[in-house]
Design a protein around this ligand. Sequence first.
Ligand SMILES: [Mg+2]
Length: 204
Amino acid sequence: MIKNLIFDMGNVILDYTPRRIASFFTSDPEELDFLCREVFSNREWVSLDKGVMTEEQAIESICSRVPEKYHKLCRKVMAEWENYFLPVEGSYEQILLLKKRGYKLYMLTNASLKVYKYRKNSPAFDLMDGMFVSSDVHLLKPDPGIYLCMLEKFGLKAEECLFFDDVEVNVEAAQKLGIHGHVFRKGPDEIIKTVEEYEKQNAQ
Ligand SMILES: [Mg+2]
């Protein structure tokens, strides 16, 4: 029986689409390509998510390997990108409904420590019974260690958890540990419908 719902953050709670976020800083196609390639999801991004680099170190590292003409833009984007990290439409409303139905809610995210700053971007953060952030534990999904640490920290049984993530390998890693998993595609009512499917299976 599912008692706990675990949500990824990027592309489940907040919309992580680098090109959309970058478009708030420039409309130049060449600069958009540059930002997507060299800032978002690059090695510094991964190091920030893993909690092995500070924001300042990441900015210096990016600037050390890109042409000087981009430095100002990079600094601005790194300082302000989270202002444009906006909610996935409909997720909060569905999660609120599931909270009212009695499910315990958790977040499991590959994210930098900045998540504690931009958690105000969606009221869904405040619905969580627990948050587990990669940069706090220096582990990234799909490393099995991060799922196991989270289950242990919150005292959860794998078979009582249903995990939503937009990245298939992250869901597969959870499933290998006995956690139920669903690859999230931002469909209308997808969270509610998925939970109800599990409820139906359980009732049979
Ligand atoms: Mg994600």
